[in-house]
Design a protein around this ligand. Structure first.
Ligand code: FAD
Ligand code: UDP
Length: 370
């Protein structure tokens, strides 16, 4: 008999497994239908001994001290600030768009002060910022929107930015200074020995049993448990009762090159050319020294593993129907990017898992007091 069955060994499931076992003394069975732990953050050494992220580049960043402190119990860190270049008009320029982007693109030598006036002169303010198009056009105008955002977004989502919530392109800021970091969070780092090692340490506990290659549907009636924590797709849990929730998928094409460096930046985005959106060179992220180098190309596609919930009003409405079913399930908790249909970064999933743990721990201490 297990106290808790947890479906999915990604951040949501693994953080909760450790907390329930170590914090509340529960016996936990953690299952995943994949052959490995770590969910989409899983990393591994390829045939040439280069550390790569199987499901695309994962860069850790957070402002949440609690999340940082919690993960720091299971890994040391390699300080890493992420930088991205976009291929636009035959040049590789900084994205997020900043002072250097504008100067390089237009052959100018504006100051921060002047570039602010430049943005104001090209921006097309909109009364309400509802869509991903509104966000960008109202900040930097039609031309920069077309150069950097329209093509990339259409490729990534198979939707025009005008059909996506503002939250999607709002992830990428615009800057008038020369800061070319992709993120500005307080804590930015990569797990020193990789994500998978961090997950291994998190799950190394006598009261946690991990079962891989195990689908919930096959296990649910065989294993006795009191409580269920589910981190898979919420529509699947309810047998698609209201239809499928749309997710965007990707094909990852990994390559190894017999040179030390492949490209001049950790990630190069291609808003306007090629069927892929971006190319990542892992050695920048991992700091690994090696005579060869590994890269991954991301090709967006409709079919395949669900990677991205698609933020737009009709999907939010459909999700709310599943959420109502989820809330009505006794002793079942839905957490994580797929189970709550939220375009969450890793740190947000960890925060969500810790918040659920707080509620469960509070309820447990209430039980003891009663
Ligand atoms: P997942 O990692 O998806 O884990 C869910 C697990 O549940 C999976 O392993 C799945 O196999 C398992 N599962 C599902 N259904 C079942 C079932 N029926 N039975 C058994 N097992 C099941 N975040 C960042 O912070 N920084 C980044 O740079 C970043 N880059 C990303 C790049 C890409 C290409 C993608 C797709 C995501 C990226 N993310 C990034 C987001 C990050 O991957 C997620 O926030 C995080 O991994 C979500 O964790 P999770 O536990 O909710 O879900
Ligand atoms: N985006 C874009 N051009 C870029 C980078 C991002 O149009 O060069 C848009 C695109 O819609 C993308 C979104 O901004 O899906 C969020 O970008 P982010 O880099 O955060 O995507 P993720 O790493 O989550 O795939």
């Amino acid at each position: 008999m297990f106290d808790t069955l947890i479906v999915g060994a990604g951040f949501a499931g693994s953080v909760l497994a450790e907390r329930l076992a170590a914090g509340l003394g529960e016996r936990v069975l953690l299952i995943d239908r994949r052959a490995h732990i770590g969910g989409n953050a899983y990393d591994e050494y390829n045939a040439d001994g280069l550390l790569v992220h199987r499901y695309g580049p994962h860069i850790f960043h957070t402002n949440a001290k609690r999340v940082w402190d919690h993960l720091s119990r299971f890994t040391a860190w390699r300080p890493y600030e992420h930088r991205v270049r976009a291929s636009v008009d035959g040049r590789l320029v900084p994205i997020p768009i900043n002072l250097d982007t504008i100067n390089a693109l237009y052959g100018l030598s504006l100051t921060s002060f002047e570039v602010e006036a430049f943005f104001q002169s090209v921006a097309q303010p909109r009364e309400t910022i509802r869509t991903s198009e509104d966000v960008v056009v109202s900040r930097v105008g039609e031309e920069l929107y077309r150069k950097f955002f329209r093509g990339y977004t259409r490729k990534q989502w198979d939707l025009d930015p005008s059909e996506l919530d503002a939250s999607v392109t709002s992830r990428v800021p615009t800057r008038t200074n020369r800061d070319d970091r992709y993120f500005t969070d307080t804590y930015q780092a990569m797990p020193l020995h990789g994500y998978t090692r961090m997950f291994e340490r998190m799950l190394d506990h006598p009261r946690i049993q991990v079962m891989l290659n195990a689908d919930f549907r096959e296990v649910r009636d065989l294993v006795p448990y009191r409580r269920l924590i589910y981190t898979g797709p919420v529509d699947e849990y309810f047998d698609f009762r209201y239809g499928t929730l749309p997710y965007r998928s990707l094909q990852f094409v990994h390559e190894t090159h017999a040179c030390e460096r492949f490209q001049p930046a950790p990630v190069v985005n291609f808003p306007n050319e090629h069927p892929y959106t971006r190319v990542t060179e892992f050695k920048y992220l991992t700091g690994q020294e090696h005579p060869k180098t590994a890269v991954v190309y991301e090709y967006p596609q409709a079919e395949g593993d669900p990677y991205y919930p698609i933020p737009r009003p009709e999907n939010a409405e459909l999700y709310r129907k599943y959420e109502a079913l989820a809330n009505a399930e006794a002793d079942v908790h839905f957490v994580g990017r797929l189970a709550t249909y939220k375009y969450y970064n890793m740190d947000q999933v960890v925060a969500q898992a810790l918040a659920l743990y707080d509620r469960l721990a509070g309820a447990a201490s209430g039980d003891r007091a009663a």
